[in-house]
Design a protein around this ligand. Structure first.
Ligand code: NAD
Length: 287
């Protein structure tokens, strides 16, 4: 799709970071934008800030982990705007597992990480795609993965990497099934980057449900800059979320499945992983 004027977009995780920037960019393209998020206060503030700039956005609270909440969101959006053309299943969390061994993670760590990062995407697809197929017009389903897990796995973040591997995989299946059904919809998998993206993901605990909290390891940082200081990284390179949104829109315009930033470091990791599979050699620790 090239002309987005007057179309409707729904972005989960729309209150913050990459999601908020996607909402702003889509609204500047002339779309009606539904900013969907679990965090009511941040959602209200972000939607109000964009509306103050004259943009056509509305905030709707949802919890991507709940099929009922996502279906209620889809019903409300269709009742308000008719057709949805762009769905970004973008809400995601990091569970503060950095440097923990996989065998020390709790059942609640796994449940929360997979509920948001994987079931959130599945629930978005279940709630919105049937109506997007039914109206028959071109559209996009963009699922936010991560280079970490979605392409190659870092050894430091077991739940996050495994959940993002699932996002890449389920999006490939979605793409094949759209092709099999000759659907007018294009699936995309978005890899924010090429560096860590300057968002609020390191304070994702703010949205962790009380019933899934337990002996989470204390963390020394909640921002990317704090992370750099705690890890002794002097010149942390960060990507701004606006850049991710711009590359997402460009990938949508070009109907590209892999919305992947140029990165020689990442390309080298992908190549090493693929080589190890083809050569039946054991993987080596990533650099
Ligand atoms: N920041 C990075 O470096 C980076 C890198 C690769 C991928 N990503 C991915 O980008 C996506 C966006 O993350 P971000 O970095 O902008 O972080 P962020 O924390 O700034 O934004 C995430 C948003 O998701 C919302 N959210 C969390 N749980 C939710 C739920 N149950 N229901 C609805 N909304 C919920 C949060 O309230 C928040 O507004 C995530 O999928 C993340 O995994 C981020």
């Amino acid at each position: 799709m090239r002309d987005y004027t007057g179309k409707t977009a729904v972005v989960t995780g729309g209150a913050s970071g990459v999601g908020r920037c996607l909402c702003e960019l889509f609204a500047r393209e002339g779309m009606h934008v539904v900013m969907a998020d679990v965090e009511a206060g941040a959602l209200e503030a972000s939607a109000a800030a964009l509306r103050a700039e004259g943009l056509d956005v509305v905030g709707m609270r949802c919890d991507v982990t709940s099929p009922e909440s996502m279906q209620a969101l889809a019903d409300t959006v269709v009742a308000s705007f008719g057709k949805v053309h762009v769905l970004c299943n973008n809400a995601g969390v990091g569970i503060k597992e950095a440097q923990r061994r996989i065998w020390t993670l709790t059942p609640n760590d796994w449940t929360w990480g997979f509920n948001v990062n994987v079931m959130g995407v599945a629930n978005g697809i279940r709630a919105f795609v049937p109506a997007m197929l039914a109206h028959g017009e071109p559209g996009h389903v963009v699922n936010t993965s991560s280079g970490n897990g979605g392409l190659t796995s870092m050894p430091t973040t077991p739940v996050y990497a495994a959940s993002k591997a699932a996002v890449t995989s389920l999006t490939e299946v979605l793409h094949y099934q759209f092709l099999m059904d000759r659907a007018a919809l294009q699936a995309h998998v978005l890899f924010p980057g090429p560096h860590l993206v300057n968002t609020n993901i390191l304070s994702a605990m703010r949205n962790r449900p009380a019933e899934l909290r337990d002996e989470d390891a204390p963390v020394a940082y909640t921002t990317m800059r704090d992370l750099a200081t705690a890890s002794g990284i002097r010149n942390l390179e960060l990507t701004e979320p606006e850049e991710v949104a711009a590359s997402c829109l460009q990938g949508m315009r070009e109907n590209r499945f892999w919305i992947l930033p140029a990165s020689t470091a990442q390309d080298a990791r992908i190549s090493r992983r693929t080589r190890s599979i083809l050569d039946r050699e054991n993987p080596v620790l990533p650099e």
